[in-house]
Design a protein around this ligand. Structure first.
Ligand code: HEC
Ligand code: HEC
Ligand code: HEC
Ligand code: HEC
Ligand code: HEC
Length: 315
């Protein structure tokens, strides 16, 4: 038998080294630790409290303008030395800095949780009128620790159905932009806030346009973004505590009848590979961006390797 795992590890570790190494060449000034490779994306989030979520995006430009813009990330984040590093929250403010007596009070009085507030972009409201959103929040993914933040960020680019429609049931489908959807942002507005084919970016930052699924029936395009079950979903929720568990199961099966859930590995590959289900250029992405999206290495980070320790050469 071929020893599979060590082989895979070597490939993936070298891949990450490559990604981190190339990440150092582009972008702004210094990202010695390669943190922006992943943290550059607006909308990187994970749900936390019943309503709230935590944001992991750090905007490079804003960071560089911040009081700590010249400080390497790992100077404070001394416990982050491998990927994944889920749950590594401890920050050290006195790692060679703020050692003077007068700084003690400064640090004690500072609300650490607000440290990156100014550098984080995410969607605070997106009213798409769908049944899904009656029951699910905007950034709903939490079970896959490694991939959840990346999956959540896609909700700003596409409707739920774009990933979750049952493609075995719907074979004749097409991907196109939604019209303008109302959205509010924290930080700077981002994403495709316009249908690139129609041209013209919305100036106000209160709109977004996303990729969605359409079916062809008798030559007519029908949106499969489920807005027809929205009232039923609201009615279901209003009486949520009255249903028996059998009734619940039956209703939920109804709301999910067109929906399936693929494994992360399958899902990322469906778009970020040469077998992509999306024709990126046809959707209006430049050929360079299309090439980048097809060849993006980042999916390896959430699907292939196990644990990767940051090499010292980035010190
Ligand atoms: C001056 C110290 C300092 C530097 C430098 C720093 N951070 Fe942070 N970072 C913090 C503190 C403090 C928190 C909040 C920790 C908490 O909530 O307990 C934090 C939190 C975070 C979080 C979690 C999300 C959040 O807002 O709580 C991420 C992600 C993060 N930092 C990434 C980075 C990246 C990437 C860099 C480099 C570009 C960086 N940090 C540089 C101090 C720093
Ligand atoms: C391979 C991608 C990747 C790289 C490289 C990366 N991060 Fe992260 N980081 C993530 C993801 C994804 C999360 C969110 C994890 C989750 O969903 O809980 C995260 C979360 C964090 C958090 C919050 C941890 C917590 O749960 O409270 C901090 C702090 C952080 N990163 C700092 C850094 C720093 C500093 C660097 C550079 C030394 C770095 N990251 C490099 C992907 C990455
Ligand atoms: C009436 C409320 C309701 C509506 C409407 C609804 N969901 Fe759900 N959904 C739930 C609940 C509750 C669960 C978790 C219980 C379960 O596993 O069935 C769930 C689970 C899921 C899962 C995980 C299934 C799995 O196998 O783990 C996915 C994916 C999902 N929903 C997507 C959607 C999408 C996409 C829509 C819109 C087309 C939608 N849901 C509409 C309530 C709803
Ligand atoms: C980029 C593709 C993508 C998009 C867009 C997307 N999902 Fe998912 N979703 C996934 C994948 C992949 C999983 C399986 C994660 C795993 O294996 O744990 C998943 C899992 C889920 C689950 C199970 C719970 C969990 O924590 O993983 C729910 C519920 C869900 N999705 C709802 C939604 C809703 C609602 C939307 C729209 C707001 C949406 N998804 C948009 C890819 C996507
Ligand atoms: C249904 C198609 C689809 C699926 C599935 C999908 N993506 Fe994407 N992804 C996109 C599109 C489209 C964009 C570009 C959005 C934009 O820039 O407007 C994108 C952007 C990204 C980016 C940012 C790239 C950049 O430079 O802008 C990353 C990272 C990424 N995806 C990772 C993932 C991972 C990891 C998965 C699996 C969990 C995944 N994607 C699943 C379609 C998809």
């Amino acid at each position: 038998m071929i020893p599979k795992i060590p082989c895979r590890l070597v490939v993936c570790v070298s891949m990450l080294v490559l990604i981190l190494a190339s990440a150092r060449d582009n972008g702004f000034a210094m990202d010695e630790s390669g943190c922006f490779t992943c943290h550059q994306y607006p909308g990187l989030t994970r749900p936390e409290t019943p309503e709230g979520f935590r944001v992991f995006h750090i905007d490079e430009e804003r960071y560089l303008q911040s009081p700590h813009g010249k400080t390497d990330c790992r100077k404070c984040h001394t416990t982050v030395n491998k990927v994944p590093h889920v749950g590594e929250t401890a920050v050290n403010c006195t790692n060679g800095c703020h050692l003077a007596e007068k700084d003690k009070k400064l640090i004690a009085d500072f609300n650490l949780k607000t440290m990156h507030d100014n550098e984080q972009f995410y969607i605070t409201r997106l009213a798409d009128g769908s049944a899904c959103r009656v029951c699910h929040r905007l950034y709903p993914h939490k079970s896959n620790e490694l991939a959840r933040a990346f999956i959540n960020m896609h909700v700003g680019f596409m409707t739920c159905e774009t990933c979750h429609i049952n493609r075995e049931e719907y074979t004749n489908i097409d991907y196109e932009w939604t019209g303008s959807e109302t959205a509010d942002f924290a930080g700077k507005p981002f994403g495709a806030r316009f249908n690139p084919k129609l041209g013209g970016e919305s100036e106000t930052g209160h709109f977004i346009s996303r990729i969605s699924v359409f079916s062809e029936e008798n030559g007519e395009k029908k949106s499969l973004h489920n807005t027809w079950d929205t009232e039923k979903a609201e009615a279901y929720l209003a009486k949520a505590d009255q249903w028996t568990s059998a009734e619940k199961k039956e209703r939920l099966a109804y709301f999910h009848k067109d929906i399936h859930k693929n494994a992360v590995s399958v899902t990322c590959h469906e778009c970020h590979s040469t077998d992509t289900i999306l024709d990126f250029e046809d959707l209006g992405f430049s050929s360079r961006k299309a090439h980048d999206l097809i060849n993006i290495n980042i999916k390896g980070l959430v699907t292939k390797y196990k644990i990767f320790y940051f090499p010292d050469m980035f010190r």
